[in-house]
Design a protein around this ligand. Structure first.
Ligand code: SF4
Ligand code: SF4
Length: 183
């Protein structure tokens, strides 16, 4: 499993990286949609911490709510079925209380996501699945900054060297049907 130094490197790498040349929330007037639960959405909106990523966090810190994802209640890779180490789902309290320097990797790379093709090659795509909110970078097909795409690819290349993270990306990729690879 990746350790603190690996995750620190990736957090640093993506700390100031943004998908749009300017602040996308302000420039595209999306009201920070990806950081808020839509008013008419009556489900929790959480995200998975990557296996091992909790090493970057104090689980008592109250800006994130932590939950352990039970294998039988979540759609997780079959290889994880008998593992004892916890897989965490976190829910944040929104942009007002976000500790931006500690935001999870899933926040740092959105709206991009890794996609592993049938030959095991890693690609970076705009998230092609269902979302309960609208991200204009996806719905209006606005170009994502090329440097950001490269950094996200570099980060995921490090991450998928870890067996569990690779299993997760392979598992999730089978539910995604991207129209285009950015890398
Ligand atoms: S942790 Fe921060 S960056 Fe991530 S969704 Fe919440 S408010 Fe947004
Ligand atoms: S990633 Fe999309 S939804 Fe999130 S702030 Fe940028 S434009 Fe808005």
């Amino acid at each position: 499993m990746l350790g603190y130094e690996d995750f620190k490197k990736i957090y640093d790498m993506l700390d100031n990286a943004t998908p749009f040349v300017h602040d996308c929330a302000a420039s595209l007037n999306c009201s920070e949609a990806c950081c808020k639960v839509p008013e008419d959405y009556d489900h929790d909106m959480g995200m998975y911490m990557l296996p091992g990523e909790d090493v970057m966090h104090d689980l008592e810190d109250d800006w994130l709510n932590w939950r352990i994802a039970a294998y039988n209640e979540h759609d997780l890779p079959k290889e994880w079925k008998d593992r004892d180490d916890p897989i965490y789902v976190v829910m944040c309290c929104g942009p007002e209380s976000c500790k931006r320097e500690l935001r999870p990797i899933q926040c740092r790379t959105f709206p991009l996501t890794p996609y592993m093709d049938e030959d095991g090659a890693l690609h970076i795509v705009k998230y092609p699945g269902h979302l309960p909110y609208t991200c204009p970078l996806i719905t209006e097909n606005i170009s994502v900054d090329k440097r950001f795409v490269e950094l996200v690819y570099e980060a995921w290349s490090i991450l998928v060297a870890d067996e569990m993270i690779r299993q997760m990306v392979v598992h999730d990729s089978r539910f995604l049907h991207p129209k285009e690879y950015l890398i």
